[in-house]
Design a protein around this ligand. Structure first.
Ligand SMILES: Nc1nc2c(c(=O)[nH]1)N[C@H]1C(S)=C(S)[C@@H](COP(=O)(O)O)O[C@H]1N2
Ligand SMILES: [Mo]
Length: 422
């Protein structure tokens, strides 16, 4: 069957309601391979020219079931959307409430949940390069764990002065359950050499406009950590299209961009991975504290890795209205990258008095903690619930957001306004 016919066949499998621009283009036009369809057509043309290795990337996120219900959408292409904190109250985030952060389109394979022809290559500084099918990947011992996944830019909209990039509020974070083989087992099967210091990871979301694919990596030590997974399942089901079907990296405690989706290649390297998303100002932060608005020279930037101590208030919802004398149970989550949470303190009077929240430990290392605090509001007025998490190394969340040029690693305390009036 020609690639052209295969594409048309696959199209038929996409539910009618999700076809989006594909239905607008019309199957006839696709079969004819004619007409101007913008970037979608470009990828299609490359397909005709023997694109066995060039996957088709779809630019209409509706094909992947996006936006999810109640999502706050920042951009539709590439698709970026998050949820309000009050919608993130679940202990384990359901897939339907997991934020989505894409740098380009979604591979057609992911939309069709199609394993055919997919391989994961492990090459570079290894004695025995591997090219694994999903069946082979499933033969490695499987691990299941919950892990916080948070975009490095979460909280970016709270930076002052304002910085460029997707203006995430607080919802580009989630804690779902991930399953799959350990990356370590795959690297060992490939006979990773002692010359390997870093991995460069690649996915199937190759931009249609010919720009460099999104590629990042992690140091070999983190890759060999027993908690670093190649996830093939999310919350007990095959990875959804938007979250990296059929396989993605889970690098617990680290920024989300380390967790390559639609994974196809892991390149063991003898230098720090030097793709565009690893260098310059991309996913890098100043090596020292900087004045707000001050961009240090590029040689003073270092790669952002683990998250810092953070918390979220999921109950009550912002601007809840109460009667004088009301009380409520506030609730939320707390997490701290590579560290553990030591305590969460809560204030309703702008930090003058604090009470310690009850803490429920995480299901496993790298999942989030849950906290709860009983609060009362005796007289009318304007209150703010503040939550401040502390880690086991003595660090606590700041009251004012330290600044960096790209708005990464924001962890300023969460404040929820409460209105009390008779
Ligand atoms: N292949 C690929 N992997 C990727 C990305 C991407 O654009 N392409 N985005 C990264 C970023 S910046 C983040 S924060 C997470 C988001 O994962 P999610 O969409 O499942 O929430 O995926 C990471 N992995
Ligand atoms: Mo991200």
């Amino acid at each position: 069957m020609s690639e052209l016919m295969r594409w048309a066949e696959r199209l038929k499998k996409v539910p009618e309601s999700r076809r989006g621009f594909l239905s607008k283009i019309g199957k006839g036009a696709i079969l004819a391979g004619m007409g101007a369809f913008g970037a979608g057509c470009e990828s299609f043309d490359r397909g005709v020219l023997g694109r066995e290795l060039i996957p088709i990337v779809l630019e209409d996120a509706r094909l992947a079931g996006l936006p999810k219900p109640d999502m706050t959408v920042h951009t539709e292409f590439p698709f970026n959307g998050e949820f309000a904190p009050s919608l993130l109250n679940d202990d384990v985030t359901p897939s339907e409430r997991h934020f989505v952060r894409n740098n380009s389109g979604i591979p057609e394979r992911a939309v069709n949940q199609d394993f055919a022809g997919w391989k994961l290559t492990i090459d570079g500084e290894v004695k025995k390069p591997l090219s694994l099918s999903m069946r082979e990947l499933n033969q490695f011992p499987q691990t299941t764990m919950q892990a916080v996944l948070e975009c490095a830019g979460n909280g970016r909209s709270l930076f002052e002065p304002k910085v460029g990039g997707t203006p995430w509020r607080r919802g580009a974070v989630a804690c779902s359950e991930w399953s799959g083989p350990r990356l370590r087992d795959l690297l060992q099967a490939a006979g990773v050499k002692s010359s390997a210091v870093y991995l460069g990871c690649y996915g199937e979301d190759i931009p249609n406009d010919g720009s460099e694919p999104f590629s990042r990596g992690i140091p070999i030590e983190k890759a060999l950590d027993e908690h670093t997974l190649i996830a093939t399942m999310m919350n007990g089901e095959p990875l959804p299209a938007a979250h990296g079907f059929p396989a993605r990296l889970i690098v617990p405690g680290w920024i989300g961009s380390a967790m390559q989706k639609w994974l196809t290649r892991i390149w063991a390297r003898d230098i720090v991975h030097d793709s565009s998303k690893m260098t310059g100002y991309s996913y890098r932060v100043p090596a020292y504290p900087t004045a707000p608005g001050e961009t240090p020279p590029v040689e003073d930037m270092v790669i952002a890795t683990a998250w810092k101590v953070k918390s979220l208030i999921t109950r009550p919802q912002e601007y809840v209205e109460l009667k004088p004398g009301a009380s409520l149970s506030a609730r939320g989550h707390a997490w701290a990258g590579e560290n553990e949470i030591a305590k969460v303190a809560v204030s309703t009077d702008f930090g003058q008095q604090w009470q310690e929240a009850r803490l429920t430990p995480p299901a496993n290392r790298y999942a989030w903690y849950h906290w709860e605090a009983d609060l009362s509001f005796p007289i009318r007025g304007y209150y703010e619930i503040w939550a401040r998490a502390y880690d086991d190394k003595g660090a606590a969340q700041p009251f004012k957001q330290p600044w960096n040029p790209k708005g990464y690693l924001g962890n300023v305390i969460h404040r929820v306004p409460v209105l009390v009036d008779s």
